[in-house]
Design a protein around this ligand. Structure first.
Ligand code: CA
Length: 228
């Protein structure tokens, strides 16, 4: 299996050069030309590395990284910055950026840095975080798949993100507003009914008895709590 890299870069010429170089080195490359598309791809599929330009249309590279981390995505990230661009490296480190490269860069240097990040990456990922099992449900975070009694369960990307967030915060009461912010993002339509609808859908797919949920519990007046 080729390692997968997502390149989010709005300069079409640079995007083409970098993806050609990466493909010639054997990486599988997906590209996005703006931050929103990049976020959508990175939260819906598995990648081994993200290369994020900081200056992007719609959503800058730091905001993309912040939103991804809030959704529980731990994919290593390299930030691309323009020469002379003042960036807050502390902010980037807090958000979990693994490296910075200033444009224009030498493609040999880019490849060397990518290899260094990918070598470090397996040690950083918590192995037990890849799969979570409750009842007859098995959630594979790496493949973004869910099975129930070994039968595939079809979840939408949003349902999967919601389930992941619930599992990562198991035993904790999460308010509808928290879930909206963390799973849907700050620019979501502020409608907590959306959360209830998606919780209902998850219960239909995962709970043995939807009238008496065992795993995704309602905490009256407060929100939801995952146990399992
Ligand atoms: Ca740019």
């Amino acid at each position: 299996m080729n390692q997968r890299i997502l390149l989010v870069e709005d300069d079409p010429g640079l995007s083409l050069i970098v993806s050609d170089v990466l493909r010639s080195e054997g990486y599988a490359v997906e590209t996005a030309a703006d931050g929103e598309r990049g976020l959508q791809l990175a939260s819906g599929e598995h990648f081994d590395l993200l290369i994020l330009d900081v200056g992007l249309p719609k959503k800058n590279g730091f905001d993309v990284l912040r939103d991804l981390r809030q959704r529980g995505t731990t994919t290593p990230a390299m930030m691309l910055t323009a020469r002379g661009q003042t960036i807050d490296k502390i902010l980037g480190l807090k958000l979990g950026a693994d490296d910075y490269l200033t444009k224009p860069f030498d493609t040999g240097e880019l490849l060397a840095r990518i290899e260094a990040i990918l070598r470090r990456a397996p040690a950083m990922a918590a192995p037990e975080a890849d799969v979570y099992v409750f009842g007859d449900v098995r959630v594979d975070f790496r493949r973004a798949t869910v099975t129930r009694s070994n039968e595939a369960v079809e979840l939408t990307a949003r349902e999967f993100q919601l389930l992941r967030h619930l599992i990562e915060h198991r035993e904790t009461v999460l308010s509808r507003d928290d879930l909206l912010n963390e799973v849907w993002g700050y620019d979501a339509m502020p409608n907590t009914r959306t959360v209830d609808v998606h919780i209902g859908l998850l219960r239909q797919k995962l709970e043995p008895n939807i009238r008496q949920p065992q795993y995704i519990l309602t905490v009256h007046g407060m929100g939801y709590r995952f146990v399992g």
